[in-house]
Design a protein around this ligand. Structure first.
Ligand code: GUN
Length: 289
């Protein structure tokens, strides 16, 4: 039997429509249009595409968007100054520094993330927001895992009491994903490169999230029949060929539901960013009024 295909496009559309409604409510209540500032340092082509997609999504949901394109040679001091300026700007509700930073700034990535006001940290990368997620307080959550959770909820896939296995322990995806699933009462296991007999763990999963960064790493023998499989991987295996971390053709024969790559979770990330900007604006405006 073939799995239900969880199309990112459909869910992303729904998330953006909800965000657009909330933007209208903010405008009528506060006479303010929420604003996102994206800082892009350098001219990495992939980052330029991501930033353009974010800019387009802002226009779709009625958010104001500012892209600050700084030269590759930008110093640490200048970058921090720009963040300080945006932190103080009341018309900006969300700040995002596109990663990765150019080589000479790599060492201060943590400092850059921590300079952003946690209230405006729409990437959810600031330790204050990570702490809020872990302790169950309201805060901003990393977009990709937040998008996966929203998709499960919109798809009507129950999480409470289920066994969830997250493969990958990155700060951006694996760890926040595990915490989100835990917050919804799943029994959560996090696997990584040192996990022994990985397949015996993944086969227990009712919900399996793959965030490893290795093409087609999750094979059919690692998946429980009927499981929901969420593939966060985006691996380029040829100039025009993207595949996920899951062996889609084989796994879709036994899974109950599966996200494709491309066309799956990737589309949810930008949609969830829009939701985060709206949430940041709502929290800041409620505090000011
Ligand atoms: N580069 C790739 N993914 C991301 C992301 O989610 N946030 C930021 N800031 N940069 C990225």
């Amino acid at each position: 039997m073939s799995a239900r295909i969880l199309s990112g496009k459909e869910f992303a559309q729904q998330i953006k429509e909800d965000a657009a409604k909330r933007v209208e409510e903010i405008q009528s209540r506060y006479d303010v249009t929420p604003g996102l500032a994206v800082i892009l340092v350098g001219d990495d082509p992939a980052s330029q595409v991501y930033v353009r997609n974010k800019d387009k999504a802002c226009a779709q949901v009625g958010l104001r968007s500012e892209v600050l394109n700084l030269p590759t040679a930008t110093t640490r001091e200048t970058l921090l100054q720009e963040i300080d300026r945006l932190n103080a700007d009341e018309s900006i509700h969300g700040i995002l520094v596109q990663l990765p930073l150019p080589e000479h700034l790599r060492a201060c990535e943590k400092e850059v993330i921590q300079r952003i006001d946690p209230a405006k940290d729409v990437d959810g990368f600031h330790p204050v927001n990570v702490g809020r997620l872990v302790t169950g307080e309201p805060g901003l959550v990393s977009c990709t895992p937040a998008g996966c959770l929203r998709m499960l909820e919109l798809a009507g896939i129950s999480i409470d009491g289920k066994r969830a296995v997250v493969v990958g322990r990155s700060n951006i995806v694996g760890k926040p994903m595990a915490n989100l699933l835990l917050s919804r009462n799943a029994t959560v296991t996090v696997c990584h490169s040192h996990t022994q007999d990985l397949a015996s763990v993944t086969r227990e999963a009712d919900i399996l999230v793959a965030a490893i960064g290795r093409p087609r790493f999750i094979t059919a023998d690692m998946v429980k029949p009927g499981a929901t499989v969420i593939d966060v991987g985006i691996n380029r295996i040829a100039p025009k060929k993207l595949v996920g971390d899951v062996d889609y053709d084989a796994v879709s024969e036994i899974a109950g539901a599966i996200t494709p790559v491309p066309g799956g979770v990737g589309l949810l990330t930008v949609a969830t960013l829009m939701e985060n900007v709206v949430q940041a604006a709502e929290m800041q405006l409620a505090k000011r009024s």
